[in-house]
Design a protein around this ligand. Structure first.
Ligand SMILES: [Zn+2]
Length: 348
């Protein structure tokens, strides 16, 4: 026993005990720190997850009905859904706001609802909304403009033309809209005599020298000889993709030989040999290459009003809804059709 007590009081033993205690404390504080960090991270993740998931349509219904947020905030939220292309949620917000009843801004909410229905492609519902707005507010140019667009997208061109009358009374500029709708009606009219149709379309173009792409694209499609005869060569640039894609047999050499631009264009295409260079960079490169490389032109279509660039030609911009604002942009690209035909020939 004595021996035991002596060893127990040994300073070495105390030092060992001291370090063991320090080790235990350090271990537990490290473990506790790790555990806390893990818990905090879990909590933060849970907290952030609620911001990542957007409210469902049912949640929106409940939130709007409860009136927890001001109309201004709901407008902002609906607008951000609209801009992100989430039209169903924007529609749900507007519908709930209307059901909740806000007499002061019903017209504005209905206009935004109609606009969102239009953008989402629900044309019939959009039409009903704008007609309802106009029933109580017939002097609303914005609603009239949208109603005209809806009729146009529904291919009810005559009704669209009828909308121009009240717009004219409101002193809106309808000249170009009127020509555009007249041209659309003519192009889609299957009963009218083709010769009469072509003459009338040409008369529409000559009235203001506008809608050149729309009208000549149609004329080159149905009667190339007629289109060449009445082509305004000074405006060839606005039709560059149509002219570029014509077949060699469809060219009118008399007209081409009189225009420097057309001589350069068809020499660059490789159909003719009437130019040695061009002020248009892409034409110049293709003329100098003299068909030694499989290169051609590719086209893009820019809107001069909203500056959007699209892969397809348009007469009315689908974003800003302006008419005749298309500008064609072109660039050099590999000629895949030539590649393909050469590959096929090599197998024969
Ligand atoms: Zn545009």
């Amino acid at each position: 026993m004595d021996i035991f007590f002596i060893e127990y009081r040994d300073p070495l033993f105390s030092i060992i005990i001291f370090f063991v205690i320090i080790f235990i404390i350090t271990f537990f504080s490290y473990w506790w720190g790790r555990y806390k960090r893990k818990e905090d991270y879990k909590h933060l993740n849970k907290f952030l997850r609620q911001f990542r998931t957007l409210p469902t349509e049912n949640e929106i219904k409940v939130l709007v009905a409860n009136g927890g947020l001001s109309d201004k905030l709901w407008f902002l939220l609906a607008n951000s859904y609209y801009k992100n292309g989430d039209y169903e949620k924007a529609i749900e917000i507007y519908k709930e706001m209307l059901q909740r009843g806000s007499p002061s801004n019903v017209k504005e909410i209905m206009f935004l609802l109609g606009k969102t229905y239009f953008k989402a492609g629900f044309l019939e519902r959009s039409k009903q909304i704008f007609l309802e707005i106009l029933k109580n507010n017939p002097r609303s140019p914005q609603a009239l403009h949208y109603l005209l667009l809806v009729y146009e997208y529904m291919r009810d061109y005559q009704s669209a033309l009828d909308v121009l009358e009240p717009l004219d009374e409101l002193e809106e500029d309808i000249a170009l809209e009127s020509l555009y709708l007249q041209a659309l009606i003519l192009i889609h009219d299957t009963k009218i005599d083709m010769d009469e149709k072509k003459e009338k379309l040409l008369a529409i173009y000559n009235e203001k020298k506008m809608l050149g792409y729309m009208i000549f694209e149609y004329l080159f499609r149905v009667d190339k000889e007629f289109a060449w005869r009445y082509l305004d060569v000074s405006k060839s640039e606005i039709l560059v993709d149509i002219l570029w894609n014509l077949d060699l047999k469809d060219l009118n050499l008399d007209i081409i030989s009189q225009s420097e631009y057309l001589r350069e264009l068809y020499t660059a295409k490789g159909y003719l040999n009437l130019a040695e260079s061009s002020s248009v960079f892409e034409f110049d490169v293709l003329i100098k290459l003299q068909a030694k490389a499989n290169a051609t032109l590719s086209f893009e279509y820019a809107c001069e009003s909203c500056k959007g660039v699209y892969p397809f030609a348009f007469h009315r911009c689908s974003v800003c809804h302006e008419i005749d604002t298309q500008r064609i942009e072109w660039s050099l690209t590999r000629d895949y059709i030539k590649d393909f035909s050469e590959e096929n020939n090599s197998f024969q």
